[in-house]
Design a protein around this ligand. Structure first.
Ligand SMILES: O=C(O)CCC(=O)C(=O)O
Ligand SMILES: [Fe+2]
Length: 855
């Protein structure tokens, strides 16, 4: 079987035969001319564009299941995105020579392929065997329900033999690691446009509306003149024994048939004309194919057919029918050879077991066409604000028409929550409902939560559909739309719960996280540098997340956000590393240090040192929100939308440098600490941002400081943590040198400053159940738990110069300091190459509870 040189996988019976048939129905009623000779295709965006978005529903669970398989089989550390989903049929004469699927510059994003075979060699077609050039298996015989998965690169060069008869049908997907090629976001965008446009272009819900004529003409090179060849829609009707009659009895030769095909049509079978009027040719085709697909079931009682008016074709209609056929099916023999049915053993079921007089009441009852789809009740969920931030809201995009009410229930018993929301659509296929959920409801760290929803569709009470809002539990990367899978019974619901759980494991969903440097070496491929490893304290595992926005940016962090500045620009941005939301900040010209401090490492050390927010979430409309940064010995602040930074002045700084700042939430003041231990206080909210503010010097600490960190420590105090380092001599047996590099932290000391009496006192009791995080981030404290030990300091190396000189230089002074006994442990291997590039940053969740009071 597969080996590492030829990574590939065969899954037998992955799709049920019912599902294969359903997809065949969709293809035969919607396909257009494909990208290769004698190939036809149906893409998801085409289904949206032709007013049939409800036909996307059967694809959704298959796509997600396949993606999961691919991620699992290839052991993807990266999240995959689906790049393309399409039904592709190969007819007589089609073939493809040796190739890999990423063999064009515009296909380079393709990483993996999954081909699902929807019909069988020897039954539905002949020829069409699949071959790999090297490795095993060599030959694959397509059989309905089987799936072939392989990498899109040259390790899996393959070909497909020419089809000799029949129509070979596959559902083909490509997967990518590149989010910019994510098919979902394109689909969501066209779905929302579709909704907006549907009033004008789509006269009635459910009724398909054809794409332009040339997309249906075979062979495509004839679509300039339509002199020979055929319309594929007509041809598919023709091979099933049908013809068309248009309403306008005065059809003449050389009429504009493309216009006729968009107008009402009647179906003709031998000498019978069905009274039922169809809206356009695509509508006719969808209905005929639907009955063709469902015909085995019509023998039973489930589909009770009502008799319809059928009458004999009259003389004038005969001419009308003949002319239409002549114009639209110029080459009937070619049509038959391309769309010949059943030539490989099966036979065309001309009589579907129905009396001709009992057909086609169906179009008056759109619910029936969609019944199968409705039972699926799939919805696309569009998160419209960033998850795990307060005020989460979602749009439910209902792909079906009608009135739907949704009950959302959170199943975590400790935080019961029920929300009911109704939305209606009588006119359009896509309905959007917005469900606002309360902040308190969404806590990002509760992985075991699941959400269920119940649907009531046009009065049909669907069985309780337990669905998992993957976008809530797993969509911490932001605006990604995900399919929602209704579950028909409890056992499949359980399987969905596992699914979402395994999905979660791909994502850094627990805070705090340590964001590490991008891959640093020149040899690493470009792609690699768009990813950032994140270290999760809970579980001690590493995750890679695509974050091209931070590539080679200088970063600081606060409240789960990054402040990024470019290499040589004066621009600054806030970047949310998981949702990748970006917010522009004013340009940084105000900080004079920028002008003489363009050396990158100086930049980190002497210059940009800290960023803090005055309230945790920049996405909320809070008038008190400010971003504050230390740049050299300048402290600047701005509001979002300001055109420039404001400066805090009044530091009476002589032989001292700023070490850290913190914002005291209750006192609404900014505090700064300097190398001589002076604490400065500043009110940056009332200054209106324009004029310089004076800061008051509060107190002087008794000894000079190497480094110190300042934290909000409850209602009337600040915590200052000082850090003392030792240097480690470089000689072979020096354990300290080998473990940390040329210096390492010797001890921390903690002091509490009380606003009440303006005095310092040493904190000897420790932090209780809290832990403190220090480094190239704003200093913060959180409750211990989920992998975070209480009464500890988690620290990273924030001496900037040595980052240049690694691996031997520095950057390795990283660990956990136990307050109780001064012990230092490691939580991550500090000599790993991930430390070489840039300083690591602690990311605090933006929904973390603030430290409430003195301990
Ligand atoms: O349909 C198949 O079996 C493979 C098709 C293929 O190689 C391709 O589309 O690139
Ligand atoms: Fe291929």
């Amino acid at each position: 079987m597969a080996d590492s040189e030829h990574p590939r996988l065969v899954l037998h019976d992955f799709l049920s035969s019912e599902l294969c048939k359903e997809l065949e129905f969709i293809h035969k009623s919607c396909s257009t001319i494909g990208y290769r000779e004698n190939v036809f295709s149906t893409t998801l965006s085409h289904l949206i564009a032709t007013n049939s978005p409800h036909l996307i529903l059967p694809f959704l669970p298959i796509r997600e299941k396949l993606k999961e398989k691919v991620e699992e089989y290839f052991g993807c550390e990266y999240e995959l995105f689906i790049e393309f989903t399409g039904l592709i049929s190969w007819c007589k004469g089609a073939s493809i020579g040796w190739h890999s699927d990423d063999n064009r510059p515009y296909l380079k994003q393709r990483d993996y392929a999954a081909v699902c075979y929807l019909n069988s060699h020897g039954v539905d077609f002949n020829g069409g065997l699949f071959h790999f050039q090297d490795g095993n298996p060599t030959t694959f015989i397509p059989m309905a329900g089987d799936v072939l998965i392989y990498t899109a690169d040259t390790r899996n060069v393959h070909s497909v033999e020419e089809i000799t008869n029949g129509e070979r049908l596959t559902l083909t997907l490509w997967f990518t690691r590149d989010k910019s090629h994510d098919e979902d976001s394109k689909l969501i965008s066209s779905l929302s446009k579709h909704k907006i446009n549907s009033c004008d272009s789509c006269p009635k819900p459910y009724l398909p509306f054809p794409a332009s004529q040339n997309m249906y003409w075979f062979p495509p090179e004839q679509s300039l003149t339509y002199q020979s060849g055929f319309d594929t829609r007509y041809a598919r009707l023709h091979v099933l024994g049908y013809q068309l009659c248009c309403k306008d009895a005065r059809v003449k030769s050389s009429f504009d048939f493309s216009d006729i095909l968009l107008k009402p049509l009647h179906l003709v079978r031998e000498n019978d004309l069905y009274a039922k009027e169809f809206s356009n040719i695509l509508h006719v085709l969808q209905v005929v194919q639907f009955y063709h697909w469902k015909s085995p079931e019509f023998h039973g009682s489930e589909f009770k057919m009502e008799s319809v008016n059928v009458g004999p074709v009259c003389m004038s209609q005969c001419e009308n029918i003949r002319l239409l056929k002549v114009e639209i099916l110029k080459d009937g023999d070619l049509a038959e050879s391309i769309f010949q049915n059943g030539s490989c053993g099966g036979s065309v079921e001309h009589d579907w077991g129905l009396s001709d007089r009992s057909l086609f009441n169906f179009p008056d009852d759109p619910v029936r066409l969609n019944q199968a789809a409705i039972r699926r009740s799939a919805f696309l969920v569009l998160p419209v604000t960033v998850p795990f931030l307060p005020g989460l809201s979602f749009q439910l995009c209902n792909l079906l028409s009608g009135s739907v009410s949704v009950r959302i229930i959170q199943t975590n018993p400790s935080r019961n929550y029920v929300s009911e929301s109704k939305f209606h659509s009588q006119e359009h296929i896509s309905t959007f409902a917005r469900i606002q959920l309360q902040h308190k409801f969404w806590q990002p760290n509760v992985q075991q939560d699941s959400i269920t929803a119940q649907f009531n569709y046009n009065g049909i009470q669907l069985q309780q559909n337990s669905i998992t809002f993957l976008s809530i539990t797993t969509n911490q990367k932001g605006l990604r739309a995900l399919g929602i899978y209704p579950k028909m019974n409890a056992s499949s619901w359980r399987s969905s719960a596992t699914t979402s759980k395994s999905f979660i494991q791909h994502l850094p969903s627990r805070f705090p996280l340590l964001m590490l440097s991008e891959s640093n070496t020149e040899e690493d491929d470009d792609h690699e540098q768009d990813y950032r490893p994140f270290f999760l304290l809970s579980g001690g595992t590493m995750r890679k997340v695509q974050l091209p926005e931070a590539r080679w940016q200088r970063c600081l962090s606060t409240n789960g956000w990054l402040l990024t500045t470019g290499e040589e620009e004066f621009s600054g941005k806030l970047l949310h590393p998981l949702s990748r939301t970006q917010i522009d900040l004013p340009e940084l010209y105000m900080f004079e240090e920028l002008y003489y401090d363009q050396n990158e490492w100086m930049y980190y050390g002497q210059s940009m040192r800290k960023v803090v927010f005055t309230s945790p979430n920049p996405l909320l409309p809070d008038p008190d929100f400010r971003v504050v940064i230390i740049w050299g010995n300048t402290v600047g602040f701005c509001r979002l939308g300001d055109i420039s930074w404001s400066r805090v002045t009044g530091w009476k700084i002589h032989d001292e440098h700023l070490l850290d700042i913190t914002y005291h939430k209750m006192g609404k003041r900014l505090y700064a600490v300097t190398t001589i231990g002076a604490i400065y206080e500043c009110d940056i909210l009332t200054g209106g941002g324009a004029s310089p503010l004076n800061s008051n010097r509060l107190s002087t600490f008794s000894t000079p400081l190497q480094s110190a960190y300042l934290l909000d420590w409850g209602c009337d105090s600040l915590l200052m943590v000082t850090r003392e380092r030792q240097s480690n001599e470089k000689h072979g047996d020096n354990h300290e040198f080998r473990r940390y590099g040329p210096y390492s932290t010797k001890r921390f000391q903690c002091f509490v400053f009380s606003f009440k009496d303006g005095k310092w006192s040493e904190l000897v009791a420790g932090f209780g159940d809290k832990a403190v995080f220090l480094g190239f981030n704003s200093s913060f404290a959180i409750d211990a738990g989920a992998g975070v030990k209480p009464d500890c300091i988690y620290f990273t190396d924030d001496i900037y110069e040595p980052y240049r000189g690694l691996p031997v230089g520095g950057g390795g002074d990283v660990g956990v300091y136990h307050m109780s006994d001064g012990r230092i442990e490691s939580f991550i291997d500090s000599q790993e190459s991930i430390f070489r590039g840039r300083p690591p940053l602690w990311l605090q969740s933006s929904t973390m509870r603030p430290v409430t009071n003195n301990i």
